[in-house]
Structure formats: C-alpha cells, structure tokens
Design a protein around this ligand. Sequence first.
Ligand code: FE2
Ligand code: FE2
Length: 188
Amino acid sequence: MKNINIIKKELNSKENFRKEHTLSVVRAAVEIAKKYEADITKVKIAGLLHDYARNFDNEKLLKIVENNNIEIDDLEKELPALLHSPVGAFLAKKDFEVKDPQIINAIRYHTIGRPNMSLIEKIIFVADVIEPNRKFPGVEQIREKTKTDIDKAVILVCDFTIKYNIERRRIIHPNTLLTRNSLLKGEY
Ligand SMILES: [Fe+2]
Ligand SMILES: [Fe+2]
C-alpha cells in the first residue's frame, strides 16, 4: 500500500477531487476514531479515498464497472449516484494499492451501508454525513450521538437517508434498511 502522504499528494493533483468535503470527512473520522480507539491510519486512508470516484460522470462509472467486472447489484446499476462507492473501492485497490479489507469495505459501503460493518466502516459511514459542511435538520443530534454510541449514530444516519429518500420519492437501497435493522436489536 502506498504511503498516506503519497496518496494525499496524488489526490491533490486531481482537479475533480472534492477536496473540502473529503478533508472534512478525514478530520471528522479521525476524531471519532480516537474516541473509539480505531486505527487512525486506516480511517485516514478510507476517508481520503471514499469519494475518489464521486465526480466521475455516469458513463465513466458504468464503463469502469463493466470493463473490470466490478460486482454491483441491480439497484446500483440503476442508480449511478451509488456507483461511485464500488468504483472508488476498486480504484483504491488498483491506483493506490490499498489492500486492507476494512478500508476497501469502508469505501465500498459508505453510501448504502451493510449489516455487520466493521468499526472503520461505521466511522466513515457516519463521518461522511456529520462533517461540518453538512447542514440538515437532525445533523446535530447525529453529531451528539456519535460521541457516545457509534451504533446508534449509524442508525440515525440510516433514518436520515431513509426519510430523505421517502420525501423525494426516491428508491431506498435495501442495505440501508438492513443496516438499520441489524443494529436496532429490538430497541426503540
Ligand atoms: Fe460518497
Ligand atoms: Fe462523501
């Protein structure tokens, strides 16, 4: 795997790189990682690369998926907005030589989540939504919950995503529901 400073330098040379959001996610993720004693380096790399493919157009995303046989589900194929996650995970392996499965999965599932996420995955999933540039009703509640209970913060992020999609009559990816259900365990 490439050194984290090399990854940063290479990312900086990309014109399409969502710098402000990405660096805010890294900072937010490091803060959460310290609280839960997660591996800071893994969290930094996952945060830096999570939106690497975010500004690719749909055509480019689909082309990369097809040319490389990247495994995606039917909904991801239909909703190209979701494709930047599997493509980002693929390119993290290919272009940045990231091999750690926790980092790869954190990138792969940062948009839709999945049941039984590792701590690194949960941190990126939450940091992506609570970084300081994010302003939506309820974000403060998620920020507060993140300080005390990362699983409950993940549930709140799922709640937000589900409500957001319902309000806009958009499809909800089943992973988001499954993630929520897996963590609820009869509470609430
Ligand atoms: Fe993203
Ligand atoms: Fe993001």
